[in-house]
Write a new protein. Structure first.
Length: 265
């Protein structure tokens, strides 16, 4: 049995200004995506300016979509009782699935701007996303949030701010799958220049599968519990459309002619 290493969630304090590790992880995610995008840009025909604009659009989609998704998917009752809570971002609360919808919408507007197919854009950005996902899960672990269900496995971890039960360190499981494994899979695939739609589809398939699986180790949200069957969680329910869409895109992509994925200037 392991003990949670009580980490100060504040990375840096400058007088009244406090910088939390979770915010630092967001910056690492965006900076890492920008770095990888710049490395891949020349090979795929993108300009540095397009990459920078893409990261800006993506960041707006993540932040706005993540917040709206958390409020509407997980805390809609509270929103109805207290509508202004939507804007109290300092209290925390972000949703990956909401962030994904926000990014898709942002990519739609970006694709219109550069006169490219939205799938050209999503195929380009998908291999960069796991950097942010992995960093975010580390932020969850440092913040001691989104802990796992009780377990008797030898690596079970006690989160003393929760209780004295050994629990799955599910944040680290998700870091390994959604961050490391997904990064390796997508960048390996990207190097092989698959048909359009395939990289986007594999991202949705892999993330949806990983998230669905990890929900069995992660403690369900206390105010939601199980949605159905005494095992289905909200995270799993929201992952099902990702699996269906991902499979559709992979099949669709395999029927298309191989594309070089270059956006218009």
């Amino acid at each position: 049995m392991l003990q949670y290493p009580e980490i100060d969630p504040i990375a840096l304090a400058l007088g009244p200004i406090k910088i939390h590790w979770y915010g630092v992880m967001y910056l690492i995610g965006f900076a890492g995506a920008w770095w990888l995008g710049k490395r891949r840009a020349a090979r795929l025909g993108w300009s540095d300016e397009q990459v920078s604009d893409l990261i800006f659009y993506g960041a707006m989609g993540v932040v706005l979509g993540g917040r709206f998704g958390y409020v509407f998917f997980y805390n809609f009752d509270r929103f109805l009782a207290e509508p202004l809570w939507l804007f109290k971002v300092w209290e925390g609360g972000m949703s990956f699935h909401g962030g994904l919808l926000g990014v898709i919408l942002a990519m739609f507007f970006f694709a219109k701007k550069v006169n490219a197919s939205i799938f050209t854009v999503t195929d380009f950005i998908a291999p960069m996303v796991p950097i942010g996902l992995g960093a975010g899960r580390l932020g969850n672990f440092i913040g001691g949030e989104l802990w796992g269900r009780p377990t008797d496995l030898p690596w079970g971890m006690v989160f003393p701010h929760v209780d004295q039960l050994a629990r799955h360190p599910s944040q680290l499981y998700q870091f390994a799958l959604e961050g490391v494994a997904l990064f390796v899979i997508l960048n390996w695939l990207d190097q092989r220049r698959p048909a359009r739609f395939v990289v986007s589809g594999v991202f949705l398939l892999c993330y949806g599968s990983f998230r669905f699986l990890m929900e069995f180790a992660r403690q369900p949200d206390a105010h939601l519990g199980f949605i159905a069957f005494d095992w289905l969680t909200m995270g799993q329910l929201l992952s099902l459309p990702m699996l269906l869409l991902g499979l559709t895109l992979v099949i669709w992509g395999q029927r298309q002619q191989i594309t070089d994925g270059k956006p218009s200037a």
